[in-house]
Ligand binder design. Structure first.
Ligand SMILES: Cc1cc2nc3c(=O)[nH]c(=O)nc-3n(C[C@H](O)[C@H](O)[C@H](O)COP(=O)(O)OP(=O)(O)OC[C@H]3O[C@@H](n4cnc5c(N)ncnc54)[C@H](O)[C@@H]3O)c2cc1C
Length: 308
């Protein structure tokens, strides 16, 4: 019986693992991979304390940090994927493809993935101009033409950030209504001289040479197509949280994120916490994921020591 099971090897899971080791909580750490989503990023510029780090190097650094402190306290199960987490008589049972583990408490830090564009050229130019995060990659496109795909709040917030440095920002909305974003968020960008909003427009093909240089778009009403010049294409069409393993255990928001109390990261069932991109937290970033996990560990420690 472990005190804690941590599931996930991104910044949230690893931060939790380091804190668990230092607090000497007997922990099983189950992670299919180390590093998480930004492992694909060529240059992460906002991991605090390190001005530039490629995603694969961040993944290695996270793994090394955990291994340095794991000792005989954190039992690393790297390469294992947790399939289910269920309540047991004494706590929780976690099943992976290799075995099952019992723990008094569980921290879910399984993150998620971005919904991808399923159009010709999209796979080829992934991370070669097709990106998913304005706070992460926006500055790389300073002075360039950019396109934002998606007209929800995330799309408009991305546009707002890009307007600070891009030459132009064109936002595509599949319909003619702007009912997926708050009116205030839309107004904040709509009248900027470098901003264009194309309604009833969908992306058709990503074009480029080494990197993206254009996006072919189609007007869904007239069928007319045209090429928009684009150095960067920011895809904001939703995220897919990796929360299936706890679907019968805890409450989700309408987008399958785990609902948590933002002060403690507690989920809806006593003994379960969640941190990072798998939660209904408003903002998702590496530093936030790590911070959420630290918050959770402080609370888990008190829970285990005090029993509530
Ligand atoms: C391309 C890209 C670039 C980004 N760049 C930046 C950036 O520059 N700066 C920034 O702050 N943010 C960036 N982000 C956002 C950032 O990556 C996320 O906010 C962050 O990774 C969330 O961390 P996490 O630990 O919650 O989850 P994740 O990073 O998604 O990690 C989840 C981990 O859980 C593991 N896992 C999932 N399911 C299971 C399971 N069932 N069993 C076992 N293990 C499992 C995965 O293998 C993975 O290790 C970027 C995102 C993308 C997609």
């Amino acid at each position: 019986m472990y005190d804690l099971a941590i599931i996930g090897g991104g910044p949230a899971g690893v931060a939790a693992g380091v804190y668990a080791a230092r607090k000497r909580l007997k922990t099983v750490f189950i992670a299919e991979t180390f590093g998480g989503q930004s492992t694909d990023s060529l240059d992460i510029q906002n991991w605090i304390g390190i001005p530039h780090i490629p995603g694969p190097a961040l993944a290695k650094a996270l793994e090394a940090h955990l291994r340095e402190y794991a000792s005989d306290i954190v039992d690393l199960k790297a390469g294992e994927r947790a399939a289910t987490v269920e309540k047991s008589a004494t706590g929780f049972a976690i099943t992976t493809q290799k075995g099952s583990y019992e723990a008094k408490t569980v921290l879910i830090a399984t993150g998620g993935s971005r919904r991808k564009l399923g159009i010709p050229g999209a796979e080829q130019y992934e991370n070669k101009g097709i990106v998913y995060c304005a706070s992460c990659d926006g500055p790389l496109f300073a002075g360039q033409d950019t396109v934002v795909i998606g007209a929800g709040n995330a799309g408009f917030e991305t546009a707002a950030q890009l307007l600070a440095y891009a030459k132009s920002v064109t936002l595509l909305n599949r319909s003619s209504a702007f009912d997926k974003a708050d009116a205030k968020t839309v107004e904040a960008v709509r009248n900027h001289p470098n901003m264009t909003i194309l309604a009833d427009t969908e992306p058709v093909e990503v074009k480029g040479t080494m990197f993206v240089n254009a996006l072919t778009v189609k007007n869904t009403k007239t069928g007319e197509t045209k090429d928009l010049p684009a150095g960067g294409i920011f895809v904001e069409i939703g995220a897919l949280p990796a929360t299936g393993l706890v679907k019968d255990l805890v409450e989700f928001d309408p987008f399958n994120h785990i609902k948590v109390d933002p002060r403690t990261q507690r989920a809806s069932v006593a003994g379960v916490w969640a941190a990072g991109d798998c939660t209904d937290g408003l903002y998702h970033q590496n530093n936030i994921a790590a911070g959420d996990a630290v918050k959770a560990l402080e609370d888990i420690y008190l829970y285990i020591k005090s029993g509530s």
